[in-house]
Design a binder for this molecule. Structure first.
Ligand SMILES: Nc1ncnc2c1ncn2[C@@H]1O[C@H](COP(=O)(O)OP(=O)(O)OP(=O)(O)O)[C@@H](O)[C@H]1O
Length: 257
């Protein structure tokens, strides 16, 4: 049977002889949110692509609600709503045509398609072509298709990328609502203030290695006002041969920098 939620067991990925994700294990129970934090090339998207089944792990096993990667593939995929970081919608379709298409693929009715467009604030833009959408509007549409079927697990690759502050906050609130309904979320981000606002757990990555992980609260207790940004800066400083990254600094709301 296996346990509910998400489980990565000794997962690694090697691409063309280069180990881009070193073996790591982590378990995320239902109703919890996990943030993957790390600089460019840290391995966040690779972990998320393996999690949704787009990439096959070189070693290890991933389980979503007890179902293993590579087995009962349809049942596995149905557990997950995925928001990739590099997806382009068909530019000639309107927002409504796009979301109705995805709803049809998932066997959902038009009411649900209408509802998710409202949830992401695109109801009034439904007849606009997606090719004319801003980056932030495209992100919101991408989020809409991820939540369409109300899957038990959401996998979101940099969901706040391109969003204005209002929509960053709104997305954070939506994710808190998803969590309260007992579903699990894993998302990658460079915005550590968002991770603090939404996530229960955090994994810090550097060059494919998990350099630390645990409850967001415990990092915030340890680092006080500096929060996750201070934690990450210190972890990175301790990494051998790594340039000191400024990522995360100055991104805390109301932070003194
Ligand atoms: N198809 C590929 N072929 C070769 N190398 C790859 C491939 N996909 C990813 N990599 C490498 O794997 C490493 C991790 O990449 P990944 O996209 O997972 O990082 P990331 O943490 O998501 O980065 P970013 O924050 O910049 O999006 C990088 O060094 C990248 O160059």
């Amino acid at each position: 049977m296996g346990e509910k939620g998400l489980e990565w067991e000794k997962i690694s990925k090697t691409i063309r002889g280069n180990m881009v994700v070193h073996p790591f294990s982590f378990r995320l129970p239902p109703g919890r949110v996990l943030a993957l934090a790390g600089g460019n090339g840290a391995g966040k998207s690779t972990i998320l692509r393996m999690t949704v089944g787009l990439l096959r792990p070189t070693s290890g096993v991933i389980r979503v609600n007890g179902i293993e990667t590579g087995r009962r593939t349809r049942a596995y995929v149905e557990q997950i709503g995925y928001m990739p970081d590099d997806f382009s919608f068909s530019p000639g379709l309107t927002a409504w045509e796009t979301i109705a298409f995805f709803a049809g693929l998932k066997g959902l009715d038009q009411k649900r398609a209408r509802d998710v467009l409202e949830i992401v604030g695109l109801g009034a833009e439904r007849d606009k072509r997606v090719g004319h959408f801003s980056k932030g509007m495209q992100q919101r549409l991408l989020f809409a298709q991820a939540i369409l079927a109300e899957p038990p697990i959401l996998v979101l690759d940099e969901p706040t990328n391109g969003l204005d502050p209002y929509w960053v906050d709104t997305l954070a609130e939506l994710l808190v609502g998803v969590k309260k309904s007992g579903r699990s979320v894993v998302f990658s981000t460079h915005q550590l203030d968002v991770a603090e606002q939404v996530a229960d757990e955090v994994i810090f990555l550097n060059r494919g290695r998990v350099i630390s992980s645990g409850a967001v609260e415990s990092f915030c207790t340890r680092y006080g006002a500096g929060g996750l940004a201070a934690a990450f800066a210190e972890l990175i400083r301790k990494e051998p041969g790594t340039r000191v990254a400024s990522e995360g600094r100055g991104q805390r709301r109301g932070g003194s920098g």
